[in-house]
Design a protein around this ligand. Structure first.
Ligand code: IPE
Ligand code: IPE
Ligand code: MG
Ligand code: MG
Length: 319
């Protein structure tokens, strides 16, 4: 990631300025909560994706691109504020979640503020197509979150249904980040399609990696608690694997259906003592390969190298 950051250092500095400036409001609580979540950092993977796509498509004047990259990060930030309320999560970006500090009502409402601020920003691109992409994308994220809510506690969830959820809730915003960059850069349809395809696959790989890390990760590194998904009764790829292959599948089923009683360490051990990790990592890797292949139409450049690197980084966290 350091190498990518070096390459687009000037862009990232501008991006950070826009992210801070555009959050302005006369309402103190809005400033407090937005500052709280933004200063927690975050990997900024979506705005980085947007910036790289803009650069590879030949965008030269940065301002609008920075604005759009910040807008994407706002949408993401708003979904996190809402998500942590819905998931009743306590830790985000290495600190207490906004809902834990300021309460659910404030988190939801400031999430709405950030979300709608993003729409004010995207209007500045003066592109109906860009607006449509963002309207569709945000609508799909909501759909994915609701779909996931309906799937809580379902031990019969299929892989297909799981992939449907992660595409909606995560990959679609990655895709939009790439498309928005392509539009402001005036890229041709072929370039836009290649970048969009790269981004969807990157998003899927990223979410699968995140779902593995929810069991196998280190809370200090992730800045989130381990075992949250199980505690919520959320069925992700590692559990789908266990349900199909573990000799203790009945225990896994019981844990999913009674998340309050679920023993996270027990499930983590089942994962460790099975092929679940190899299986899930391989699927994430397959998405990474698809992402990389989508970039084949671009000539070699430092930006392309950075995008290939970003694809690897999305799963590197698993090693
Ligand atoms: C968290 O996204 C939500 C998922 C889609 C897994 P990130 O892992 O990109 O969160 P930050 O922005 O780095 O905190
Ligand atoms: C994050 O999803 C929110 C969206 C992708 C819209 P998760 O609930 O799976 O991610 P974390 O684990 O809280 O970051
Ligand atoms: Mg969550
Ligand atoms: Mg969630």
């Amino acid at each position: 990631m350091d190498k990518i950051q070096q390459l687009i250092q000037a862009d990232l500095t501008e991006l950070n300025q826009v992210i801070r400036q555009d959050m302005n409001s006369d309402v103190l609580l809005i400033r407090q909560i937005s500052e709280y979540i933004i200063s927690g950092g975050g990997k900024r993977i979506r705005p980085i994706l947007c910036l790289l796509c803009g650069r590879i498509a030949g965008f030269s004047d940065g301002n609008l691109l920075h604005k759009m990259a910040a807008m994407i990060e706002y949408i993401h930030t708003a979904t996190l504020l809402h998500d942590d309320v819905v998931d009743e999560s306590a830790l985000r970006r290495g600190r207490k979640t906004a809902n834990a500090v300021f309460g659910n009502a404030a988190s939801v409402l400031v999430g709405d503020f950030i979300y709608t601020r993003a729409f004010q920003m995207m209007v500045e691109a003066n592109s109906l197509r860009l607006l449509k992409i963002m309207a569709d994308s945000t609508n799909q994220i909501s759909e994915g979150e609701v779909l996931q809510l309906l799937n809580i506690g379902r031990s019969d969830l299929t892989e297909r249904e799981y992939f449907e959820v992660i595409k909606h809730k995560t990959a679609t915003l990655f895709e939009a980040s790439a498309q928005v960059a392509a539009i402001v850069a005036g890229a041709n349809p072929k370039t836009e399609a290649a970048m969009a395809n790269y981004a969807i696959n990157l998003g899927n790989a990223f979410q699968i990696a995140d779902d593995i890390l929810d069991y196998m990760g280190d809370s200090t590194v992730m800045g989130k608690n381990v075992g949250d998904d199980l505690q919520e009764g959320k069925v992700t790829l590692p559990l789908i694997y266990l349900l199909k292959h573990s000799e203790h599948a009945n225990k896994v089923k019981y844990a999913i259906e009674n998340p309050d009683l679920a023993d996270t360490d027990y499930i983590i051990n089942l994962i460790k003592n099975s092929q679940a990790l190899d299986y899930c990592s391989q699927i994430a890797k397959d998405f990474v390969v698809k992402a990389e292949n989508s970039l084949s139409i671009f000539p070699n450049s430092s930006y392309k190298a950075a995008m290939l690197n970003l694809a690897q980084i999305s799963i590197k966290r698993l090693n």
